[in-house]
Design a protein around this ligand. Sequence first.
Ligand code: F0G
Length: 455
Amino acid sequence: MKTIFEPFRIKMTEPLKSTTKEIRIARLEEAHFNVFLLDAEDCMIDLLTDSGTGAMSAQQWAALMLGDESYAGSRSWKRFEETVHDITRMKHIFPTHQGRAAERLLALTWVQAGQLIPNNNHFDTTRANLEFANASAIDLPCEESAKLDDDFPFKGNIHLGKLKRLLEDCHSNIPFAMITVTNNAGGGQPVSMTNIREAKKLLRGYEVPLIIDACRFAENAYFIQRNEEGYRDYSLIDIAREMFSYADAATMSLKKDGLANIGGFFVCRDDAWAEDFRNALILQEGFPTYGGLAGRDLEATAVGLYEALQSEYQEYRHATIEYMLKKLIELDVPVVRPAGGHAVFLDAASFVSHISAKEFPGVALVNALYREGGIRSVELGSLMFGKYDKAGVLIPARRELVRLAFPRRVYTQSHFDYMIEVIASVWENRETLRGLRIVKEAPFLRHFSAWLEEL
Ligand code: F0G
């Protein structure tokens, strides 16, 4: 069948407001050309993020009603702990209100100024939390990831050769290494089991722990099942368990593969590490059996984690992403290939090649998609990742990407057809797009709040 079979039917609807191009032009100007500053109801299709934006299942809504809101040792905590333990097999489990809370407490307890933390690609919040602790977040993406149109199936891999050299030179200054599955900043590309296993082998030689940033672990497991030799007959949960078996700890945003609207966790094996984390958690997030979450959230995420590991769900999710990518490739629109886990990434540097990196081509494209069809996407380029040198000159990001992130179980195939039409129209008129300059920015995570102006 050519039509995607969405393995759910819709019990409750949420209206989407249609807007005109004139209204959108005005709204964008009021938002200082930064789509983060738009009102969500002015976005007809919101692809800003796949984080916390998914639709919960009937089972999750039912589980909410079972929430035990006791401060300490609640039933909901027990259920959460059992579930996370069942999947990760880690000894110590701590809920946090979202992923970056786990990252912040990790940076607070286990990172010192001047240390180095390698990763395949740090996501912006991970990087910011490490840099806030005056450590260096080092990206070691694999060779294949440099070619955006290469179809290598595991472009999220960490570069093992570079990791080895870094360990040889500086292992005593590396508190831990990370691997982000899937590799969000690098195009939502998966990491192979072999790569995780080999990275662990290298790290073990220097007694450097491995932390998995597990936000999209179920999507990564699906790619391993489909594309890595020897895993075809494994269940997604068994693949996930093997992935976690190579890690000493993991951070997680349950807003992604927890299929919930809020939540996160930190898990680890080491008792001393757990003790430090627990103390920081109590100080900053909450008692360790709720960690900043309501009992009902713990219930919903416990159900969601298993739902994310269902094959029918992953098959449908990836079919939608592949469907869109295929249509865009047919139209010659420059995209990151192959299809990643949670999003389609447009290559803005090629899309609007007349706009240089210092004029934020990704932002120009994001804004054009909004104006044309009310689609809100996000730039992953020099606005998000660019830095300034000592003279205040912008050091551009490695790439200028635009991410169309897909909320889970939210949009139907006709919404996808609409998105493709809008992108095709912007592609036809790409020469008319203009670059931008920043007029106001914050010292950290500036993309969230910057004001820009069109040139
Ligand atoms: N790590 C990765 C790989 C992420 O993608 C995110 C969030 C986080 C950590 C932080 O988790 O939002 O729960 O605090 N990514 C979202 C996104 C925001 O849009 O990709 P959080």
